[in-house]
Design a protein around this ligand. Structure first.
Ligand code: NAI
Length: 333
């Protein structure tokens, strides 16, 4: 079957890791026509808009996109393209499976948990204003609708993937109304899934528990901001940002992307680890029904990690991005 997929290479290390992943996918024989689009600073320069209408139309038409990281200027400049894409397309569920890989130096080689992050509201609603000079307000928006649908997504995912527990992470002791609403929605939804354990933790305790005893978590359900922070923490537990995949899923489509950013400190050197985007592409292929190709890539990737001869620098090796991609293709069976 022929697929058409929107490809957003991104900037920084984005073009390097996405080229490697596109090459690996092509080697599986899956028939994909890529529609390449620019976003962020590149699109601003070419088209005067960070999120061109053509790009949004392409994703709406194809319903699937693979995306490299996009730089967001800090404290000034344009607003986040990543947040913009998720909000415009209502990709409300951010899924980040965190699983240790063989032979990667890390604190928790057995770790296998999933972060489910609400993707559309919270402090990321972007409602900020100056009240009077020297005083600003950022508004945290939490709704019953979004909290209920993300909780349902987490429990449905748990049921589908035979996971045993969903833990809601919150700060409802302080933000009694907003986080309180998120927690109430979680508890209401949990009643429909009696076979799945439901519990909750306050966010700072959850962070400490993650560092000390992460095996107690199975699926973690978080609002947008806590989810952003905690998922990077989880990446650190299994060896770093270069490894963890992500998917942004909604009714209109899905964008698959790595958890990491554009890594300006190593961009252009050909040394970035493409594993995170590769693992995102495995999620994508499964989502498209291309299970054989997904399995082929996953087994080859695990074999390369098990052999341990070809690794990128972030995990203690010397291999360049391209060498790693070639090793995966050579390990196909
Ligand atoms: P970052 O994730 O780009 O980098 C953090 C550290 O991890 C750096 O030392 C980097 O070299 C390393 N790293 C990240 N990915 C790697 C990879 N694949 N291989 C090897 N090392 C890797 O985070 P940072 O520096 O905070 O953000 C840089 C830019 O990326 C910012 O503009 C930020 O807004 C943007 N960003 C974009 C995201 C997206 O497009 N989804 C997600 C996160 C950040």
């Amino acid at each position: 079957m022929k697929h058409t997929i929107t490809l957003i290479p991104g900037d920084g290390i984005g073009p390097e890791v996405s080229a490697a992943v596109v090459r690996i996918i092509a080697a599986t024989g899956v028939d994909i026509q890529w529609e390449t689009h620019y976003a962020g600073a590149q699109a601003l320069e070419k088209f005067g808009n960070t999120l061109p209408e053509d790009l949004l139309e392409s994703i709406k038409r194809n319903k699937i996109a693979l995306k490299g990281p996009i730089t967001t200027p800090v404290g000034k400049g344009f607003t986040s393209v990543n947040v913009g894409l998720r909000k415009t397309l209502d990709l409300y569920a951010n899924l980040r499976p965190v699983r240790a890989l063989p032979n990667v130096p890390c604190r928790y080689p057995e770790l296998d948990l999933v972060v489910v992050r609400e993707n559309t509201e919270d402090l990321y609603s972007g409602i900020e204003h100056v009240v009077v000079p020297g005083v600003v307000e950022s508004i945290k928006v939490i709704t019953e609708k979004a909290s209920t649908r993300i909780a349902r997504y987490a429990f449905e995912y748990a049921r589908r993937e035979s996971r045993k527990k969903v833990t809601a992470i919150h700060k409802a002791n302080i933000m009694k109304l907003s986080d309180g609403l998120f927690l109430d929605c979680f508890r209401n939804v949990s009643k429909d899934y009696p076979e799945i354990e439901a519990d909750d933790k306050i966010v700072e305790n959850a962070c400490m528990q993650l560092v000390m005893r992460p095996e107690q978590f199975d699926i973690m359900l978080l609002e947008n901001l806590y989810g952003d922070i905690v998922s990077d923490l989880c990446a650190g537990l299994i060896g770093g940002l270069g490894l963890v995949p992500g998917a942004n899923i909604g009714e209109l489509g899905a964008i698959f992307e790595a958890v990491h950013g554009s890594a300006p400190d190593i961009a252009g050197q050909g040394i970035a680890n493409p594993t995170a985007l590769l693992q995102s592409s495995i999620l994508m292929l499964r989502h498209m029904g291309e299970r054989d190709a997904a399995q082929k890539i996953e087994l080859a990737m695990l074999r390369v990690f098990e052999e341990g001869n070809v690794r990128t620098r972030d995990i203690g090796g010397k291999a360049h991005t391209d060498e790693f991609a070639s090793a995966i293709i050579a390990a196909f069976q």
